[in-house]
Each structure stands twice: as structure tokens, then as C-alpha cells.
Design a binder for this molecule. Structure first.
Ligand SMILES: Nc1ncnc2c1ncn2[C@@H]1O[C@H](COP(=O)(O)OP(=O)(O)OP(=O)(O)O)[C@@H](O)[C@H]1O
Length: 283
């Protein structure tokens, strides 16, 4: 059942207690087991569209608490990889595990969100007519009735949680502002905040700084760096200066596989990477 490679140790250390989180509250909810400090295992993932391999035997591992950047030329398979992790696209081959015990390929998209994987798409989708505070309140409702949530009395803990997230995303002074009146960057931060309300263990972020001012970009770098540790964060981004400013480890995808992985300096000096980027006109 378990894939070869890094997950091979699971049978041997199957009884390790380690850090085991039980999310979702229900007895049936899968448990996230980070006892081996790896939160995401993608092994031998292949996705074909009409015979074209968007992902080709892709293997990638993300450590718990890590901030990982994924780069690669257009069509390298970055979005398809995110789609596999979130259950939007099913691979033809390979395995995808969340920690030691959660087989992502057996879960639906809502179940994957429920076990603790949040995804932020490029375009912000906030509730424009509601205030910043209400947006966070609505996000806390998750799949509960939004209607009930708006009229129910919040517990002091819930209030505190919203305050905490407002502080994290730097919108404390904008709590009463209509979300529609925020700048593009502020909307992006609010949406990250909305994801944080669900307390995801793994956060997938798609091109967070596209269209941002230099100041907003800098603030976003600080925000994502501050989330690492408590959360694991995977960022797909084209802006190399941004990647350079936040990444510890960078994975370069090309033609559906990992071309190179390492520090920004290592991948930048890798002849294979240089060739691909020069051939592509650079990004
Ligand atoms: N639903 C689909 N049907 C057919 N081909 C697809 C589909 N989705 C993606 N592809 C193809 O798979 C390849 C990988 O696409 P993907 O969007 O994952 O790349 P990407 O690295 O995210 O690119 P970009 O940086 O341009 O967003 C591309 O050649 C794309 O045309």
C-alpha cells in the first residue's frame, strides 16, 4: 500500500507516536501524523491529458513547517501538481500522502480541505460587501451554515482567533473596512487570513505577488515567512526576486518532473536550470 522511497520507513516505525494531530473532530476524520517530519509525499506522480504528460513521474517531499518555493517555465506542471494535492486532478500513476497516514488519492476535494490543506488561488475571492472582520468570521464557519454563523454569538476564543489572524495579516486597523475597498495586496492578505481561520497544516499559495506593488510584495514575503514553522507553505511563483527573498529550498519543475532542487543559489547556478530558463526566454 505505501509507496517506496522516503515513506518506506512507515512500516518499521508504524507505532511511533510523534506529533499526531486529530483534525476535523469526528472519529472518522483521518489523522495527520507528522512523526517523520514530512508533511507531503508525492511519489511517481504522472498525469496525462490526451496522451500529453503534464506531470511525468514527479516525486517531491515537503518537510513539516517548511516554506518551499516551486518555480519553472510556463507549462512545467506547477498548477497540475497543486491540483493533484488538492484532489482536483487525479493522477494516472503515483501516490500522494499527507503525513504518514493520510492517502490524499482516496479523499475528495472537500475532505482534503478538511484534513488541513488550504489553497490560495491567484485571484483574491473575498466577500466584497462584508467587512474584513466578517470575512474572517465567515471563513471560520467553514462548511457550517454561513447564515447560522452570522447570527450566532461568537465565543471569546473565536473573537481572539480573529484578532490573532488580523494581527498576522497586518489588517488590524482595517477590521471594519469593507473588503471591496481594500487594495489588491490587502485583499490577498485577507484571503490568506481566511485560509488561516481553518488552521491548515499545509498552505498552497499560487503566485501571491502577481500585480502587487513593491511594498506589498515585501510585506507578503514577511507574512509567508512568518507562517512557516507553524504551517508548511508551498508557494508557486514566477517572480524570482520574491522567491530569492523568501525561499530556503527551491524546487524547479520542468516538463512535469523535478529538474533541480536546493537553495536559490544552487539552482540558479545549475547548468540544467540555466539552459531551461534561457531556452524559455527567462522568467
Ligand atoms: N485540463 C488540461 N487539458 C489538457 N492539457 C492541460 C490541462 N491542464 C494542463 N494542461 C497542460 O499541461 C501542461 C502543464 O500545465 P500547468 O498549468 O500545470 O503548468 P504550469 O507550470 O502551471 O504553467 P504556468 O506557469 O503557465 O501556469 C501544459 O502544457 C498545459 O497546457
Amino acid at each position: 500500500m505505501s509507496a517506496p522511497g522516503l515513506r518506506g520507513g512507515i512500516e518499521r516505525f508504524g507505532n511511533t507516536v510523534g506529533r499526531v494531530l486529530n483534525r476535523g473532530g469526528s472519529a472518522a476524520a483521518p489523522r495527520l501524523d507528522l512523526s517523520h517530519d514530512i508533511i507531503l509525499y508525492l511519489e511517481g506522480i504522472t498525469v496525462s491529458f490526451d496522451g500529453f504528460r503534464a506531470l511525468n513521474n514527479l516525486s517531491l517531499y515537503v518537510e513539516a513547517g517548511e516554506l518551499r518555493c516551486i518555480i519553472g517555465p510556463n507549462g512545467a506542471g506547477k498548477t497540475t501538481m497543486m491540483d493533484v494535492i488538492t484532489g482536483k486532478t487525479r493522477p494516472d500513476l503515483g501516490s500522494a500522502w499527507f503525513g504518514q497516514t493520510v492517502d490524499l488519492l482516496t479523499l475528495t476535494e472537500p475532505e482534503i480541505a478538511e484534513v488541513g490543506i488550504g489553497r490560495k488561488f491567484q485571484k483574491p475571492t473575498v466577500f466584497s460587501e462584508h467587512s474584513v472582520f466578517e470575512n474572517l468570521e465567515l471563513a471560520m464557519a467553514g462548511n457550517k451554515s454561513v447564515w447560522r454563523m452570522l447570527f450566532a454569538k461568537m465565543t471569546p476564543e473565536q473573537h481572539l482567533r480573529i484578532d490573532e489572524v488580523l494581527e498576522t495579516i497586518g489588517l488590524k486597523d482595517h477590521r471594519a473596512a469593507r473588503a471591496g475597498s481594500l487594495s489588491h495586496g490587502q485583499k490577498q492578505w485577507l484571503e490568506i487570513g481566511m485560509l488561516l481561520m481553518q488552521d491548515p497544516a499545509l498552505l498552497l499559495v499560487d503566485e501571491p505577488v502577481a500585480g502587487m506593488t513593491p511594498q506589498e510584495t515585501e510585506r507578503t514575503a514577511e507574512l509567508l515567512v512568518s507562517l512557516a514553522g507553524k504551517h508548511s507553505v508551498v508557494v508557486v511563483e514566477h517572480d524570482m526576486n520574491f522567491v530569492r527573498s523568501i525561499a530556503r529550498t527551491v524546487t524547479v519543475l520542468h516538463q512535469g518532473s523535478v529538474l533541480a532542487e536546493g537553495s536559490m543559489e544552487q539552482v540558479q547556478n545549475d547548468p540544467k536550470v540555466i539552459e531551461v530558463y534561457l531556452g524559455d526566454g527567462g522568467h
